[in-house]
Design a protein around this ligand. Structure first.
Ligand SMILES: [Zn+2]
Length: 255
């Protein structure tokens, strides 16, 4: 018995591009297979049943048929389009960043159910939350944990000594906190205040209901963003594209 010729799956649509006149190639994230690319035939034709159900930032229930190269989407039913998230530009940008980060940091056909659950939850939280920065940072921290890059926050990543409640350093190459003595020599690093360390430690191990209770003052928010972005940039060896859009929006719209 070979694998079944078609299968049903939940999917979050990450991105799409047009292929030829009428088709679309989708990148989707699924609970069973992780990230997948699939073809939505005829999705660009007016009146196509697939059309609107395969747009990015959509949670769908899909039927796919095995294809020789890419699998083929035969049905797609929308489960959620996250309307609250899409009601303003800032929410939209945050949602696209979350998709982009999952896309950049995962490989195809690698099951990771917690990442699917986290992605889906993050898109819902972004729609409900007043402070989307908390959602983004919490999402980044949890995602890195599920992908095997959980930052070490209790012992120095170089000498191993327990971290004290002073201003320390976050070492991007070491993926965690460094004591002031070791951290001072590292160029790929950023200073880490006691409040930032405490917040990261809390978020790493708590659920979202607890995470959202943190009151993020602008200075702490900016510090945490720089720490996480520095670490992510170092891991991916590049900038996540949509980050630039977030920065630009924040500058022009004072989000
Ligand atoms: Zn040290």
């Amino acid at each position: 018995m070979g694998a079944p010729r078609s299968y049903r799956t939940q999917a979050v649509i990450i991105k799409q591009f047009k292929l030829g006149e009428a088709d679309k190639v989708l990148t989707i994230y699924t609970p069973e297979f992780g990230k997948l690319r699939a073809v939505a035939k005829g999705a660009c034709r007016p009146g196509s049943k697939l059309g609107g159900n395969v747009e990015p930032l959509t949670h769908s229930s899909m039927m796919l048929a095995r294809g020789r190269n890419l699998d083929i989407v035969t049905q797609s039913q929308t489960v959620d389009v996250f309307p609250e998230l899409k009601s303003d530009l800032w929410g939209m940008a945050c949602g696209l960043y979350v998709l982009d980060l999952v896309d950049c940091s995962t490989v195809e056909n690698n099951e990771n159910r917690p990442v699917f659950e986290l992605l889906l939850s993050a898109l819902k939280w972004l729609g409900q939350s007043g402070d989307k920065e908390i959602v983004l940072r919490y999402f980044e921290l949890q995602l890195l944990g599920y992908l095997g890059y959980r930052p070490e926050l209790y012992n120095c990543g170089i000498c191993g000594s327990p971290i004290k409640a002073v201003v320390n350093v976050f070492g991007f190459d070491q993926g965690g906190v460094l004591c002031p003595r070791c951290g001072g020599k590292e160029t790929a690093s950023r200073s880490l205040s006691v409040d930032a360390l405490k917040t990261l430690r809390l978020w790493q191990d708590c659920d979202y209901a607890t995470a959202r209770r943190v009151v993020l003052k602008p200075q702490l928010a900016s510090e945490l963003e720089q720490v996480m972005q520095g670490y992510i940039r170092c891991l991916l060896q590049r900038e996540v594209r949509s980050v630039a859009w977030l920065h630009e929006l924040r500058r022009t719209e004072a989000c």
